[in-house]
Design a protein around this ligand. Structure first.
Ligand SMILES: N=C(N)NCCCC(=O)O
Ligand SMILES: [Zn+2]
Ligand SMILES: [Zn+2]
Length: 339
């Protein structure tokens, strides 16, 4: 009996080379893990095809291995590879939403954007240029960072024609002005974006904000730059559904960019990050909130600040890969009707 099963399987499995893929909904999907072990094969996000393996893509997953903008622990340059490695266990069907995110839309991995590690200004230009070029090939992007600096060039690529609403999950405001006189850092992208007119200042919101600030003025500036806030201290009382309701009320029908700094999670759920703050949300809360955002006009998203050197047992990588999966599910056409 055991011998027969093994024989049947090996007959269909390729010896090497192009792995067999799931093909659902007319789309090229994940490697078929009933024939090829999930720990074998190329290291794309969720074992999805590369961009050059599909005729066209509805959504591209792209990495930005860059961390020259950090103010504390380094290492987010290794975030994209770590999130991809931790995404091998993602399966095709999302039972919490009823969505098959890789059957409902063509998702492909576009590899990494090359960003100069020695020139922050040049890196920002490269990220914007690359994102614009990629948007010609796939109308929506899910970006794996990288430190939070990259949100600015991504917003330049997405928000220069029509300002976007930003839903920003983070322990930090990231609307500070400068560090050591530097305008472009991972603590300043949303101030720059607001100053540049990239944000719909009636529709942006932070979620999960906590920890000490430099002064009370930070909050005044933040409001002036266009952000409402659901601080971490309000999450217990609101619950995931209540938080999602606040986000929906703020964003409405507008095009929205979702930026997720993994440090929005408590360090217990995401130790592998550069500027951890105690008292954050659980991964279950974050995943539930994202599920409730299905149906928003999500034009792009990022997951940033995963720093694998500080991770243990892939805790942070796995959290980030599931966050990506819920985002892809929420971005799938028809996702709202399924719920
Ligand atoms: N974007 C992140 N993760 N952190 C900003 C930290 C700003 C600071 O060092 O005060
Ligand atoms: Zn942060
Ligand atoms: Zn941040």
């Amino acid at each position: 009996m055991v011998t027969r099963m093994a024989d049947d399987t090996t007959r269909d499995a390729p010896l090497f080379g192009n792995p067999p893929r799931i093909a659902e909904g007319g789309h090229v999907g994940q490697i078929d893990n009933s024939l090829v072990p999930r720990f074998a094969g190329p290291p794309t996000f969720a074992q999805l095809p590369r961009m050059d393996e599909v005729d066209s893509a509805d959504l591209a997953v792209v990495g930005v291995p860059f961390d020259a903008g950090v103010s504390y622990r380094p290492g987010a340059r290794f975030g994209p590879a770590h999130i991809r490695a931790s995404s091998r266990l993602l399966r095709p069907f999302n039972p919490a939403t009823g969505v098959s995110p890789f059957a409902a839309q063509q998702v492909a991995d576009a590899g990494d954007i090359a960003a100069n590690p020695f020139s922050l200004e040049e890196a920002i230009t490269q990220v914007e240029r690359s994102a614009r070029a990629l948007l010609e090939q796939a109308p929506r992007l899910l970006v794996l960072g990288g430190d939070h600096t990259i949100a600015l060039p991504l917003l330049r690529a997405l928000g220069s024609e029509e300002p976007v609403a930003v839903v920003h999950f983070d322990a930090h405001l990231d609307t500070w002005d400068t560090y050591f006189g530097a305008a472009y850092t991972h603590g300043t992208p949303f101030r720059r974006a607001s100053e540049e007119g990239l944000l719909d200042t009636s529709a942006c919101i932070h979620v999960g904000t906590r920890g000490p600030l430099y002064g009370a003025r930070d909050l005044v500036d933040d409001r002036d730059l266009g952000f409402a806030m659901v601080p971490a201290t309000e999450i217990d009382a609101l619950g995931a559904g209540g938080v999602a309701e606040r986000i929906r009320a703020r964003v409405g029908e507008r095009p929205v960019y979702i930026s997720i700094d993994i440090d929005v999670l408590d360090p217990a759920f995401a130790p592998g990050t550069g500027t951890p703050e105690a008292g954050g949300m659980t991964s279950r809360e974050l995943l539930a909130i994202l599920r409730d955002l299905a149906g928003l006009d999500i034009v792009g998203a990022d997951i940033v600040e995963v720093s694998p050197a500080y991770d243990h047992a892939e805790i942070t990588g796995i959290a980030a890969s599931h966050v990506a999966y819920e985002l892809l599910s929420a971005m799938a056409p028809g996702s709202q009707e399924k719920q």
